[in-house]
Design a binder for this molecule. Structure first.
Ligand SMILES: [Zn+2]
Length: 345
């Protein structure tokens, strides 16, 4: 019977257990996380970041063949030619041998190597979007051939620093991009468990849960994203604003869709629980005249900047959506030439 293709080291780190207790081929039921089961059940409703791409590969560890979703082939032209073309190829899919659960020991068929070389040709770029030229690097600049290699690299870092929520988030991203959402949510949930201020994990969980129509939980994570943003330092300010705006846009739509059952903004209770003592937050929101155009992401920038707190000041003044007349009065810039639409609630 095919195994679940889960790295036993992942389970070991997630459960903080000694190696002895973890089987060589862990089962899905060993994955911790509140959302793992529902995400697995609704996997088909999730948008694949990279389209699935099943190919027949041979595992060199056990010699058995199987079909695996390798994702996108990425051909790195900067690497030394002496290594041979196949050593310059990366894949984005997350897969392990379904027979022996080993990873990264594959015999790539020649057709695949040919496919990746097609992307070098001017007309071949992105043939059926299965291959491209470039390189995928991890946050520390390291290059890895298979996603399972990149995973090992991150697990090594986490073994030394199991409380590094940022690395847990990056591990989640790796699984997410590798079409393994159940592994992704487990890693994201873990990152939040050890650090409720992991803003990026809240965003991606919110996004994934919204896609499977779990609106109450999606809303919760987007609002936690807002409440944790001002203290989150792992993202440049403009990117942080963009992410918050996307979350706000989805929150707005969910709130409209549920007639306010999913609150658009963090509730008083949530603000208190987050430990944000900032009552200037509520004052600011009450004071600005919000103009929200649900299909215009920039109309959510003023709100995003309020939740960014002092981090909003890292955005150059001319690019800020909020003009500060003085410390107690905030006014959003006028939307040029657009009709006003007031927020309903
Ligand atoms: Zn094998």
């Amino acid at each position: 019977m095919p195994n679940s293709q889960i790295n036993p080291r992942l389970i070991q780190l997630l459960l903080n257990q000694e190696n002895g207790n973890i089987p060589k081929s862990p089962t899905m039921s060993m994955l911790p996380g509140k959302y793992v089961k529902t995400i697995l059940k609704n996997k088909d409703s999730l948008t694949q970041i990279i389209k699935e791409n099943y190919q027949m590969l041979t595992c060199k560890s056990c010699g058995r063949k199987g079909k695996y979703d390798i994702g996108l082939l990425v051909l790195n032209l900067e690497k030394k030619k002496t290594e041979g073309m196949k050593d310059n190829i990366q894949t984005t899919g997350y897969f392990r041998c379904k027979h022996c659960n080993s990873a990264g020991n594959w015999e790539l068929p020649t057709s695949l190597i040919m496919l990746s070389m097609m992307s070098v040709l001017p007309f071949g770029e992105g043939t059926q979007k299965q291959s491209t030229v470039g390189k995928n690097l991890l946050f520390d600049g390291s290059w890895h051939r298979y996603t399972t290699d990149a995973e090992e690299h991150l697990l090594n870092i986490l073994k030394e620093n199991p409380q590094d929520s940022f690395v847990w988030n990056r591990l989640g991203n790796l699984y997410h991009k590798g079409n393994r959402p159940e592994l992704a949510v487990s890693a994201f949930e873990h990152s939040i468990l050890i650090d409720p201020g992991q803003t990026e994990s809240h965003f991606t969980l919110g996004d994934m849960l919204a896609q499977i129509s779990d609106l109450p939980n999606a809303g919760y994570h987007f609002r936690q994203m807002l409440l944790s943003a001002s203290a989150y330092k792992k993202m440049p300010a403009d990117k942080l604003r963009e992410m918050l705006a996307i979350g706000l846009q989805l929150l707005f739509l969910m709130s409209e869709h549920t007639d306010g059952e999913v609150p658009f903004l963090p509730t008083l209770h949530e603000i208190e629980a987050s430990g944000l003592k900032d009552d200037s937050l509520n004052r600011s929101i009450a004071e600005i005249e919000l103009e929200i155009f649900p299909d215009n992401i920039e109309s959510f920038f003023p709100l995003a900047e309020i939740y960014m707190g002092i981090r909003a000041k890292e955005i150059p003044i001319r690019k800020r959506a909020l003009q500060m007349k003085n410390s107690s009065s905030l006014k959003p810039k006028m939307q040029n030439g657009k009709k006003k639409k007031k927020r309903k609630r």
